[in-house]
Structure formats: structure tokens, C-alpha cells
Design a binder for this molecule. Sequence first.
Ligand code: ASP
Ligand code: MG
Length: 444
Amino acid sequence: MIVMKFGGTSVGSAGAIESVRRIVAGRLRSDPVVVVSAVGGITNLLLDAAQKAKARSRDGIRLLERIAAVHGTILRELSLPGGMVAKEHELLREVLHGVYCLGELTPRTLDYVASFGERISAKIVSAHFSNRGIPSRPYTGWEAGVVTTGEHCNASPLPTTYARIRSRLSRRKKLAVVTGFIGKDEHGEITTLGRGGSDFSAAIIGRGLNAREVQIWTDVTGIMTADPRVVPQAATLPRLSFSEAAELAYFGAKVLHPRTIEPAVEKDIPVRILNTFEPDAGGSLVVRRAAPPKHGIRAIACKKNNILFNLRSTRMLDAHGYLARIFEVFTHHRVPVDLIATSEVSVSATVDAGVAPALKEIIADLGRICTARMIGGRAIVCVVGEGIGGTPNIAGRIFTIIGKGGINVEMISQASSALNISFLVKNADADKAVRLLHRAYLER
Ligand code: ASP
Ligand code: MG
């Protein structure tokens, strides 16, 4: 069997849902279980409505009308009864009214509100399937067996989930359309698996049913060799390893969050990314182990707008605990550090400018430990490929190409994973660096 997960854009309109039906109809022989996201944009509207209600604004209820209108249009265009999801909208109205009256919104209530996006889309998609010749039944995550930790808004599956999924779904008589993103904890409270969590649901269900493949149907053709807005020659990667996908996701190729497909990949279930709007394009297959790329490099990612911290202290010489004190500062301000490089007297570290609002305080705190300087407008270029670490002279070639391009490299980091080399350049040089490397390695 296979799991086919369709994201928000794939179920974002009547036309898209009909494309989904055609795609599924063509693969019934593979015995699919379908997992769906909320209709595109609805989760944001639901969360927004809840926050507005908490702030005692009537806009919360007004947003609910917008949500109902989006679903209403889809139902009408698919010739489904308009009242089909009236009960869900009524429950939403009640809870938002409660939030409004109390001016209080707990994570548990937020999850309850958010759950309706997927509950409604699964009902609509399943009804459309049944209407058009594919007998189908909608399942909530919990009906399908997904039991999670009680960590609201960011729950994880409990180990018992997999056996439960097997017992709930293996004897299905009709095509199962399961809500992504949501489950229940052991006390029966609704939980969500974190934003974008429908991919996670698909991987969890795939593992529970020991699927041959988990398919993530989205609105791009897969993971690419580089950002096509920067490199027009960028191509979809037919096959890459899970570790490569993880490195690329972190540094800019935001097709999927690697954490979400872990349950499948750990069990050697391949995850394929496909485009609902171009179903015949091959897509990208993510597998646990992939052969190293032919010329050493699989893809190049880039993340702009980082801040470089240059930290110097003669105290580091022969001392212990210095690095720990520096990282305590970043931890205290809850700022993730991306790249680091050290010599005996200096440490360079980068952080994403978007997640580091407390810069003045950070530099003041660092100033108590060392001489701290901060430079903004820096880009991380991340070259990824299984085997990079074990291939002689890859780094030499990369930096020769960059140097010949007249680009100054300000920091270099090659982690022990041995499958990436990352370096820092000025924002203004980043696109050129990516293009030069792409041309040398990936256009031949
Ligand atoms: N609907 C949820 C979200 O927008 C989950 C998902 O789409 O994967 O985050
Ligand atoms: Mg998504």
C-alpha cells in the first residue's frame, strides 16, 4: 500500500480537489490511504480568529464567516450539500464565543480550534471521492489511531500509535481519507503535530501500515539542485538521501521539514515529493541512503540575512569553559546559532537576523566575556552531497571557483556529518556564488 498526502494548495479549490481525485483514481491499484491538510489558508485563519476572540475583538467571529465562505464555495462548485460541514462551523462558533467571553485561550483550546481545518477538508474530499465513483470514508487522526503526547501545538506520536493505526486502518473497506496534523492525547484531548504537521501524519501512518512509499503531493515538483529563482538551470533532484534533504531544508529549500518524515525514513520507507498540478513530473525521492552524487555535489542551498559575531579573547588560550559561557549567552536569549568556527583566540558564530531581535542585549552580554563585534547582511552558502567529506580536493575546487569569481569568503564550516560544506559571504555575493558552483558542478 502507499500513503498519499495532499497539502493545502492541493485541496485549496474545487478544481484542485478534482485533480486530487483524478490522481488517486489512477493509483487505486497501489491501495492508497489518503491524508489531507486543511484547505490552503484555513489554518492561519482559524488561529487568527482564536487570537482575535481572545483579544475580545468581534473580528474573530467575522473571520469565521470568511472560513465558512471558502468552504461554501468549494462545496457548491463540487455540487456537494452546503450543510455538510454546518455542524463543524457551529462548534467553531461556540468555542470562539467562549474564548471571546473569557478572554482566555489555552494551547488546548487553540488545538481544538485548529483541528477543524483538517476535519472539514477530509469530509469534503471524501464526499467528493464517493460522489465520483471512489467509495470513501473520512477519518479524524484519532479515528485512524494517532495517539500523541499532550504537548499541545507541537505533539509527537506515542509508540502505541503504530499498532493502533494498523488495527484501525488495515481492515478498511473503503478508501480512507485521514486528517493530517491532528490526533488526541491519552486523555482524549485533541492535539496538533506542529505547523505543517500533515507531512508528519503521512509519515506516521505510512510507518503504521508499513507502506511501500509515502507520497507528499504539493505545489512544486520536488527538491531542486538550487533555488530556481536564483539559478534558472536548477533541476529537480530525482533521488537524494534523508540527511541531504535535512541539510537542504534547513538552509532554504523549504519543501518539507525533515523531522516530519523521520518516522517513515527510519523504517526505510521512501518518501516521494510530487506536484499535484504537474502529476507526470517525476518528483524527488527521499531515501535513507542514496549513492553519492556523480560530481560530488547534490545541491546548493543559501540562506541570506545572517549576522556574524566575531568574538575574540586571549583568555580562551588554555582555558576551559570559555565556549560554554559564550553559548550560554545565545541560549539565554533563545537564539539558535547556525555556523561556528573557532581558532585559539577567536570564535565566529552566525545567527539568523530574523530570529535574533535582542541583538543589543546579546552583544552587551557577550562583551562581558570577550571583545565582541557584529556584522550583518551575511549569507550562508551550503553545498550538500553525501560523501563530500571523503572526496579529496572538493573544498579546494569550491573555493578556487569562488575566489576566481572575486568573492571573499568570511567563514568556513564543515561539520562531522561530512555531507556539507558551508561558508559565509556578503548577501550581495550570494547569488553569484550559488550560480558559479551550480554551473561548475550541476550543469554538466
Ligand atoms: N494545516 C496545517 C498547517 O497549515 C498542517 C499542514 O498543512 O500540514 O500548518
Ligand atoms: Mg505543508
